[in-house]
Each structure stands twice: as C-alpha cells, then as structure tokens.
Write a protein that binds this ligand. Structure first.
Ligand SMILES: [Zn+2]
Length: 485
C-alpha cells in the first residue's frame, strides 16, 4: 500500500505514476504514461504499471512532465540577500558596488543569509544542483558560513570558492584556506563539491599561476569569468593555455567577447562554457554566445549568475537562451539579405543544456542529469492541474522551455529525498531565511546610510536624445474628428 505524503521521508520509496518522462539520456528518450520508482538515493526502475513497494509515497504524475533536476553552473548565491536591488544596473555599477565600495560590508552571517535563501529558491524552482560562485569570501569564517547554509538545505551544491577582495594568488595560498579545505572537505561527497573561482586579468606576469597550481595540487576544477567585455579577454585564455592550465573540468563563464582563437583553445582542451543569457543581455558582458559556441562545438551549460538582478530560475535561462540565439541567427541572415526558414537551435537542446550540460560540466554525468536506472534521483515534476498552460502538452521540450515556469514545479526530489511536493517545500525553514535576510538588509542600510542605499539602487538615467522627425507632429481633435496641425 502507498502511504500519504507527510514531510521529508528519506527512507520511503517514491513512485511517480503515469508521467511524461523526459529521460535526457544519451538518446533523449521521451516516455509517455511512464512510472519512475526511487528507492534510497537512486532511481530503481522506469516502466509502465510498476508495483508499489510497501510504504512507498505514490505521486500522481499524470498531466505532468517528469525530468531530471536542473543544474545551474554559476550563481553568486551570497548576493541573493539583495534580491532585485540591481535590476537597473550595468556591469560597471555592479563592479563599483560589490568590488570597490560595499562588498566589504558583508559579514559571515550575511553570506549565510544570502546562501540560505538562494539555496531554498533553487530547489523550489526544480534546480537540484547549483554552483555557488562564492566570490564574497573575505575570510574563511565567511566560507564556513557559506557551507553551513548549503549543508542546511536539501539540495546538491558545489562551492566555487572565491574572494574578490584579494588576488587569487593571495587567498588560495593562505594557510587559512588550506585549513578550511581540510576541515570542510576532508571527505568529498556528491552533495557538496568544491571548485576554485577566480578571474584571469590578462596581466602578462600571470600572477594567477599560483592559484592554478593550488587547484592542480588539490585536484579542484577552476571556474572563471572569461570573455567579459572590458574585464577579461583573449589574453587571459591565452595565458591559461600557454601555461597548461586549461583542462576538461574548467568552466568558462560568459565567454561572450572572445575571438575564434580563444574558442579554439577552449574546444581543444575540452572545457565548457556556462552561458548566463539574461545576465549577458542586461549587464553587458557581450552577446550571449551560444551561436558561437555551437559553431566551435564547445559544450554549454546554463546559469542565472546573480539574484541581485535575476531569479535563480532556469526556465528563464532556457527561454532567453533560445530567444537570444534565434535573434542573432535572424539578424545575421538579414545582414546578408537572407531569411532563416529553419531555426538551428531547438527547444530540446536548451533542455539538454539545463540538465546534461550541467552534469557534464561538473563531472557529475554518471551521477545526475538524466532519468536513468542507477542514477542518483534528482527529479522535477512539472505539473499544475490548476493552470490553463499545462495542456495540451504536444511538444514536451517546447513546453518546458516556453510554457512552463517555476510556479508549475509540483514536486522535486534530490538524492532520493522528496524536498517539494504538491507545490509545497518540505523540511525547509523559509521563515528563518527571511529573518536572516532582514538582518543583512538592516546591517547594509545601517552601514551605508539610507540615502546611499537608495542611490545605489537607482542609478542616474542618461538623457535620451529623441531623433529629429521629418514629419509634422499632429494631434487628433476628437470634437471635430480631424487632425489638428
Ligand atoms: Zn558571475
């Protein structure tokens, strides 16, 4: 007999009954009317009319899409404490605020607050693995706070350790950093991974070498913002390549303003690119590069970058990535006086990037990223019986990319554990996250002063020069029903 759902139940089997399953396996099988059984941490069986094990939680997946949990490969989770603050920023304003002026104000408890909220937000949206690109770690106390929050939320995470207040050659070689790695990562597990996160400026002296050597010694992947207009460029890629530090585990973030030479170096060394389309579109790193990456056969994963602008919701990433890629394809064709009659990039591809793209980039492809027997059970059920947008489901990939949204995330499983069911998070203390975030905001406003806080959120708007118009402006006169001149 199946039992009712009541809170997190790591020990009870889960049976998703009669769903439309997007396996995202190597052949991208789409299985209608299919059951998926989870026992312990893993997917035990996929089939039709599976028997219900004793004590199992049975979830009616009919009318829904069951797919692998989504994977975000680059998100500055600590910044979620300032959700939406920078909605009208450019990258320049972001750099000034965090790097130069106010980033230093963040205490360990503020890192904790942002991470806690960001982690809860991720699993709520069906993002079961998130790379925390944590570059606000001014001390290892900050790093401990980041890990504490990630360990508290039942999602899968990778801490990408960084510190924008020091050169990477400084913090990565410190005894405190070594001690932190030893204390918090002495035994590695697949629920919390570790990367090094730093950027390569292109300084010919290549001071970042020391940090790459630490990464090599500790066997940690490096993730780096590369190809960001005005910040990082081809020189950084060339230095990494010439010095032998580009590897298949390297994740290049944005990669939007690189030349073909850099794309060739990335492709030849097997790395992948984390594309943050909403970020590239708004902040100004360069045009979202999927159109160029596909030409160079460079693997892609998706990311949301930071909730100081956007939410941690990969439905947005899939949608905007399709839009930006197609926009580019059309415009380039128009420039040749040509018409695109068949779109190259398909919805199926962005669903792959949001799942397998991430698992491949993180070296977790035999662990998560697909619905396959024996894989760890990281699953999301997209189903909303109250929504007029959940039927008909004719093109499931198109439905995920263009129709569904986070409010349609019905159930989420991470490592075999049900963490959201019937649109409700389970075993998560949202009120606690709210309290901590409120304290962080109070602290920041108190330190900066209310005026500076408000000014930071509302950058000046440059004057818009209205084009001269050769036509006479006219006005409609409703009384005489004629144009006035
Ligand atoms: Zn970033």
């Amino acid at each position: 007999m199946s039992a009712p759902v009541s809170g997190p139940s790591p020990d009870r089997p889960l049976l998703f009954r009669n769903g439309l399953v997007l396996t995202m396996d190597d052949t991208h099988r789409v299985l209608p009317g299919t059951d998926v059984l989870v026992v312990g941490e893993r997917i035990a069986e996929i089939g039709v009319g599976l028997a219900v094990p004793d004590g199992a939680i049975e979830i009616d997946a009919s009318g829904g899409i069951l797919m692998p949990g989504m994977i975000d490969t680059h998100r500055h989770m600590w910044q979620t404490a300032m959700r939406g603050y920078g909605a009208d920023w450019t990258l320049t304003q972001y750099f000034v605020w965090y790097y130069l002026e106010s980033g230093k104000l963040f205490r360990p408890e503020d890192i904790y607050a942002g991470n806690l909220l960001a982690a809860i937000e991720a699993i709520d949206a069906g993002v079961t693995t998130t790379v925390d690109w944590s570059h606000g770690l001014q001390s290892t106390d900050h790093a401990d706070a980041a890990v504490d929050a990630l360990r508290e939320v039942p999602g899968r995470f990778v801490l990408a350790y960084g510190n924008i207040q020091q050169g990477p050659w400084e913090w990565s070689t410190s005894p405190q950093f070594r001690d932190f790695v030893e204390r918090r990562f002495h035994s590695r597990d697949d629920m919390l991974g570790l990367q090094l996160a730093f950027d390569v400026t292109g300084d010919p002296a290549f001071p970042e070498r020391a940090a790459f050597e630490v990464a090599r010694e500790l066997d940690l992947p490096v993730t780096t913002h590369a190809g960001v207009w005005g910040a990082t460029n081809d020189d950084g890629i060339r230095l990494m390549h010439e010095n032998g530090f580009m590897t298949p585990s390297t994740v290049y973030v944005h990669a939007a303003t690189l030349t073909n030479d850099s794309y060739h170096r990335i492709a030849a060394t097997g790395g992948s690119v984390s594309v943050s389309t909403e970020s590239e579109q708004s902040a100004g790193q360069g045009y979202p590069p999927t159109w160029a990456l596909c030409h160079h056969d460079i693997p892609v994963s998706l990311s949301m970058d930071t909730s100081v602008w956007w939410s941690g919701d990969l439905f947005s990433a899939m949608r905007t990535t399709l839009g930006a890629d197609r926009s580019r394809e059309h415009l380039e064709a128009h420039a040749r006086a040509d018409t695109v009659t068949h779109c190259r990039l398909r919805a199926e591809q962005v669903v792959d990037w949001a799942t397998r793209g991430g698992s491949r980039a993180l070296g977790l492809d035999d662990v998560v990223g697909s619905v396959a027997t024996g894989r760890k059970a990281d699953l999301v059920l997209i189903k909303n019986d109250r929504s007029p947008v959940m039927f008909p489901i004719l093109n499931p990939y198109g439905h995920v990319a263009f129709q569904a949204q986070r409010g349609d995330v019905h159930s989420v499983v991470v490592n075999g554990r049900l963490v959201k069911h019937d649109h409700q998070l389970l075993g998560v203390d949202l009120a606690k996250a709210r309290r901590h975030v409120e304290q962080t905001i109070d602290h920041l406003v108190g330190e900066m002063g209310a005026e500076a806080w408000a000014k930071g959120m509302n950058p000046d708007i440059p004057e818009t020069k209205i084009q001269e118009n050769p036509y006479t402006y006219t006005e409609w006169d409703a009384g005489s029903a004629q144009w006035k001149h």
